[in-house]
Design a protein around this ligand. Sequence first.
Ligand SMILES: *[C@@H]1O[C@H](CO)[C@@H](O)[C@H](O)[C@H]1NC(C)=O
Ligand SMILES: *[C@@H]1O[C@H](CO)[C@@H](O)[C@H](O)[C@H]1NC(C)=O
Length: 206
Amino acid sequence: MLRPLYVVVVILQCLLATPSAVNCFDDPLWSNPAWNEATIYDYIEDDLFFEIIYPEELSYTYRLRRARDFGIPFDQQLKGVRLVLSDPLECCSMPLNAPKLHGAVVLVSRGDCSFVSKAIKAAEAGAIAIIVTDNNTENDELYIEMVDDNTHRQPDIPAAFLLGKSGYIIARTLMLANEDAAIINIPVNLTTVPIHKLNQPPWIVW
Ligand SMILES: *[C@@H]1O[C@H](CO)[C@@H](O)[C@H](O)[C@H]1NC(C)=O
Ligand SMILES: *[C@@H]1O[C@H](CO)[C@@H](O)[C@H](O)[C@H]1NC(C)=O
């Protein structure tokens, strides 16, 4: 989805540059300085990212859509924290594995109750942030805008949405490996990372 945008930006820069300054149309796209210097923040508005550093087969950088109008901001960088699946995944009542969620970022599934209800349950279990993944495990492109449920309840942890396909692969990988948790950094600052160096999951096309 982003690629046509890069092409437009590069072509615009070609049109605006003097012919001697830039030899745009002979060069492959990736050798153009615009491509090398742009960072993902030039294109993604207000989204944020986290990275999994363990286990290795999940070690990629994942994009998240912030909850629109509930929860607190992700203003603190959490490094080396646990990412733990809620049990049951929907997190609509107090999770059975609540002790493991204490001090962790919890990964829950969409469905059965409101986003706000999930975030409140997660906070009650002691989670420090909540990532809600789509219950459509095939979803690899549609970011849900999570809004409040008009109950005027306000969870006191940050909340964000993860594509269903990524959530599904993370959950399945942890379960198959019998791992309680992944280890993550959230949010990560990618300002100095050029787009072509982003370590995105191979199953997602940004
Ligand atoms: C997914 O969640 C939405 C919203 O709660 C719900 O309407 C839908 O039925 C759920 N789908 C599945 C497959 O669970
Ligand atoms: C991200 O890093 C850049 C460069 O180091 C810095 O200028 C910027 O303030 C950082 N942003 C956040 C949100 O920490």
